[in-house]
Design a protein around this ligand. Structure first.
Ligand SMILES: [Zn+2]
Length: 171
């Protein structure tokens, strides 16, 4: 048993350490990827990885997708690229137990065509998961400084995902 679990019932077919999905993977203009991508079909249910408290309510994130941030024990976990409206209006202070459903995988809009990527396509649909070491700091996660353009305490989620994947969400 573990106090933590994986955010999906099954692992993604493509590993979070591969492709351009890993933390630190190069992005345009010298930027680096600030999280790990778990490629999944849109609408797939995402589960809380630990008991937690919602600290950032559903907020516009990227190409038509949204994010929420939970304080999970000593960390903040940002669940990014989620579906609009899939958090059921959960407000700041909302508490969850490990394995509770919290959001769904979002539909990403192609910035060139302004259209949704095909729902069965291989790209554009995922959980983009970020972690921060200073879990009690609920200030903004964005930063203009550094290649990650994230708060300084951004951390690589991969070692945690490697552990959590042994434990599917209960229930
Ligand atoms: Zn990502």
């Amino acid at each position: 048993m573990s106090d933590w679990c994986f955010p999906f019932k099954t692992p993604p077919e493509l590993h979070w350490r591969g492709g351009s999905r890993f933390f630190g993977a190069p992005r345009p203009k010298g930027r680096k990827h600030g999280g790990c991508d778990l490629i999944k079909p849109p609408y797939e249910q995402i589960y809380a990885v630990h008991d937690g408290v919602l600290v950032h309510e559903e907020t516009l994130f990227y190409q038509g997708t949204f994010y929420v941030t939970y304080q999970h024990g000593p960390y903040l976990v940002r669940y990014g690229e989620i579906l609009k409206g899939s958090t059921n209006g959960a407000k700041r202070g909302h508490t969850v137990k490990k394995g509770d459903p919290i959001a769904k995988v979002g539909l990403m809009i192609n910035p060139k065509t302004k259209k949704l990527y095909p729902a069965d396509g291989p790209r554009g649909h995922m959980l983009h998961l970020e972690m921060y070491a200073k879990g009690s700091d609920h200030s903004t996660l964005r930063s203009k400084k550094g290649p990650y353009q994230r708060r300084k305490d951004v951390m690589d989620p991969a070692p945690h995902l490697d552990e959590w994947v042994k434990y599917p969400p209960p229930g």
